[in-house]
Design a protein around this ligand. Sequence first.
Ligand code: FA5
Length: 354
Amino acid sequence: MTAPATVPALDTLRAEAISALDAASDLDALLTWERAYLGPKGALTAFLRSLGNLPADQRPEAGRSANALKIELQATFSGRHADVERSAIADRLAAEALDVTLPGRPHPIGTVHPISAMIDELSDIFALMGFRTVYGPEVETGHYNFDLLNIPADHPARDVWDTMIVDTGAGGPEIVLRTHTSPMQARTMETSTPPVRVVVPGRCYRYEAQDSSHEWMVHQLEGLAVDERITMADLKGVLAELARQLFGPTRRIRFRCDFFPFVEPGVDFAVDCAICDGTGCRVCKHTGWLEMGGAGMVHPDVLRGVGYDPERYTGFAFGLGIARMVMMKYGVDDVRAFAAGDLRFLRQFASLTA
Ligand code: FA5
């Protein structure tokens, strides 16, 4: 049975409600309070429902008082709710406060890889001598990597290049990872008419054991010049100028006879070691010289293979190891350092980005 609704009971309810509201210090507690006093099953609602039990003459007075209390409690609740919400926001802001005056944490910025920096430098040097920089595919056909370079299938010279074969070519063309940048000689000549002057930087791949001067991935720079009356003296002049630009005016260069099926005559090209000035050190393996690559006059068969008349045109070609040039320029004595990904090594070249 419902307790009789009387004005003294309402006074008690008011006192309880106000003190419970004062004690509710967070939003959850406030909502619990709202349910307990003002909600459909709350104490004040129960009081209003029990008004019918009062004698008729007391009902208007008790009803007015109960409604006035409801309005008072709702207003007090709203005020308190707003206060608690404001202080919750203030607490959260204080907890998440940022000190915008603190210095930022620096983000490490990458640097240009020394091999890439050398490719840029070489392209600039050769551009001044009239050479255009072009790029070719790293996955190449045996036709361009070997056949058009005067190295027919089954020729013993084909073994020299320790080829990584992608497809042996049983049902189509033989596909290889290019073993040198020389296939771009034929590709360039096929699509241009003399005069031709290009350099071709890029990666090449060889099935080779690694040591301090050999990697299985090699960066080379091919050079090719074809025109009327080009001679070995032009080749020598261009490579001597390269050595001077890269390593300084006192460098000497050396040509020694060498064999490459796609040049005749062929030479190996070396520069006297800039680290020890030719007296012998770790970088030049105590020889005083650093071999940069192969070179020579383009073989007449190669010119004929791309439709050039070897009676009218001659040319020179060279293929240089880019890592070797970086090693000599900066005194690096192990080629494996370039692909090892050791940031302590790479950061030493940070100024090359500037
Ligand atoms: C060639 O690859 C010829 N295509 C070069 C050439 C081009 C000759 C045009 C004549 C005319 P060779 O295999 O010697 O030649 O490589 C040239 C240079 O690439 C080497 O002197 C060396 O500097 C670099 N090189 C070759 N193999 C490696 C290797 N495994 N690791 C690091 N550098 C290498």
